[in-house]
Design a protein around this ligand. Structure first.
Ligand SMILES: [Zn+2]
Length: 215
């Protein structure tokens, strides 16, 4: 989109090339062909409206249906229905113009997710109304950033009145998931690195993490 905005030639031809059209042609009608060019600035009202639109649009997380190849060789790869997660939600795409920029700065600069993000997540869950509604919540622990997600979930838990139970623990460190080349490598990377502490309540749970990689 940024290249489109600064493109000097025909904008239709630009799109045709982007979509692999074998015979892209200048259109003679677009803003550049007519010599007007695209606007170089937009009103701040429009910027705010666009940001609010992005901030209000949560992103569904489809549950993983299949185990990665070769992880449990003597087991079917299709995950049985009773073990499937429900569809989840993400607040934003990493670095996007909604909450994504704040998430990135919070994680890598402040090492703290602000109360604005707690409010946004609480609002998301209120509007989403997951079925069944979570009775407790827990978080994916991290050895690299032990307080980052934990502090976020503790505040979110208080905010929503849903108890937080830290039942998951890291028993050994994993490499970062983003360094893995495919989902089989990601699955092997985390296999046996998580342990369970205490009793797991037999009730719907909301599992919270800061970034979705392998799912
Ligand atoms: Zn054109």
């Amino acid at each position: 989109m940024q290249n489109y905005m600064t493109h000097k030639g025909c904008l239709m031809k630009f799109l045709q090339c982007a979509l692999d059209d074998a015979h892209p042609q200048p259109c003679g009608r677009c803003a550049n062909c007519r010599g007007k060019g695209l606007p170089s600035s937009v009103s701040s009202e429009l910027v705010v409206a666009a940001e609010n639109y992005r901030k209000g649009a949560s992103i569904p997380i489809a549950p993983r249906q299949m185990l990665p190849a070769g992880i449990f060789p003597d087991q079917k790869r299709k995950i049985p229905p009773e073990l499937l997660n429900e569809t989840g939600r993400s607040l934003c795409y990493y670095g996007d113009a909604g909450w994504g920029t704040l998430v990135r700065a919070s994680k890598y600069e402040q090492n703290y997710f602000s109360d604005d993000l707690v409010d946004a997540a609480a609002r998301l869950i209120g509007e989403w109304k997951p079925e069944p509604f979570p009775v407790w919540m827990t978080a994916i622990p991290s050895l690299r950033h032990p307080t980052l997600v934990r502090s976020f979930v503790e505040r979110l838990s208080t905010r929503l009145g849903i108890p937080f139970r830290p039942v998951l623990v890291r028993i050994s460190d994993a490499l970062q998931q983003k360094a893995m080349q495919n989902s089989s490598m990601q699955a092997r990377n985390v296999l046996n690195t998580l342990g369970i502490l205490g009793d797991i309540p037999n009730a719907p749970v909301l599992l919270v993490d800061d970034i979705l990689d392998s799912g």
